[in-house]
Design a protein around this ligand. Structure first.
Ligand code: FMN
Length: 332
């Protein structure tokens, strides 16, 4: 029996409704491999500035951001900039590197990006957005999509206008984080606004913001009618959310298995020392609130053999089959 896609982006089928958010510093090749194994249905790269893609030589740091693993589909390459022609030139260049989809970031709220009219700084410039999408959809072979916020601030929530402009200019999908630029990550994400956007456009909509548990995935879908849900912060150290598994139901054995797998992917991809160093931020999240773990020793090592030895020690010290929610009661 052939599996039916949940939705399609242009001609690209997507076979699931929970998707890892693009996150600079996190959604790299190794972590995407892990999230995909647990069910994340589509993947975005970390965002890349167009300026870094237009020179003769693309700096290793940014070239890496557009690395993919063989078979990693659908794969979305995300770029940002403040000039339609430059966005087009960068998109044409990276199209040759094999993405299924190219996405324009119109959501980044950091001052460095939005302050110069890129990221969410594009949202107060509807003409720039229209020009960009018109150019890109006319010249690219792959579908072009956009990731937006509600707008700049509470007085300029123009996501409906921008949504319509994107659709009219050929965007194949809109992902929306339900906050303004000024809110950054404060307050609550506005899911009503995601519902309004979904009503206003006929292209697929991905809802984003504050999905923290497997129940939230279905809650956001029911509340907004969105086609899929994008999960960012709550997926760090918690790839199980894509399998709709509760963190509290996991056993230490399940966590150490994922940690070992992820650390190995990091070491294979970045090399032993750099891989383990970059893994530290993930490691802290995997073992969040678990007093039983020798986290400092794991964080301190630069040798994968030693890392595995310490992890093995964790596995023998803690009863493997007991879910986290019952662990507090066990004397280990
Ligand atoms: C560390 C970090 C890095 C991020 N990097 C990107 C990025 O490169 N591109 C992007 O579109 N959004 C980026 N975001 C925003 C997320 O994709 C997402 O929109 C936001 O975290 C809200 O979703 P959440 O509540 O599930 O975390 C980043 C967020 C975080 C926390």
């Amino acid at each position: 029996m052939t599996q039916q896609p949940v939705f399609t982006v242009g001609n690209v089928p997507v076979f699931g409704d929970a998707i890892l958010s693009p996150m600079a510093g996190y959604s790299d090749v190794p972590y995407r491999a892990l999230c995909r194994a647990y069910g994340s249905a589509m993947h975005y790269t970390e965002f890349v500035p167009v300026e870094a893609l237009l020179g003769k030589r693309v700096h290793e740091r940014f070239r890496r951001r557009l690395d993919t693993q063989p078979g990693e589909h659908p794969m979305v390459f995300q770029i940002f900039g403040n000039n339609a022609q430059m966005l087009l030139e960068a998109a044409l260049r990276i199209q040759e590197w094999g993405p299924d989809i190219i996405d324009i970031n119109m959501g980044c709220a950091t001052r460095k990006v939005s302050g110069r009219g890129a990221g969410v700084g594009m949202m107060p410039q509807p003409e720039l957005i229209a020009e960009t999408f018109k150019l890109l959809t006319n010249h690219l072979k792959v579908p072009v999509t956009g990731k937006i916020r509600l707008g700049w601030d509470a007085t300029q929530e123009n996501f409906l206008e921008i949504g319509r402009i994107l659709e009219q200019n050929g965007a194949a999908l809109i992902a929306m984080h339900g906050r303004t630029k000024v809110q950054k990550y404060g307050g609550e994400a506005n899911w009503d606004a995601i519902a309004q956007l979904k009503q206003a456009v006929s292209v697929p909509v991905i809802g984003n913001g504050d999905v923290q548990t497997p129940e939230d995935i279905d809650r956001m879908k029911a509340h907004t009618g969105c086609d899929a849900v994008m999960i960012g912060r709550a997926a760090i150290g918690n790839p199980w959310i894509f399998a709709r598994q509760q963190r509290q139901d996991l056993t230490i054995g399940e966590i150490t298995t994922a940690v070992r797998l992820h650390a190995r992917e990091m070491v294979n991809y970045y090399g032993e020392g750099p891989g383990l160093r970059q893994f530290r931020k993930h490691l802290k999240k995997y073992f969040d609130n678990l007093a039983h773990i020798e986290l400092d020793r794991l964080l301190g090592t630069e040798s994968f053999a030693e890392f595995e030895e310490i992890l093995g020690g964790v596995e023998t010290a803690v009863p493997e089959a007991i879910p986290l929610k019952n662990l507090q009661a066990v004397n280990v």
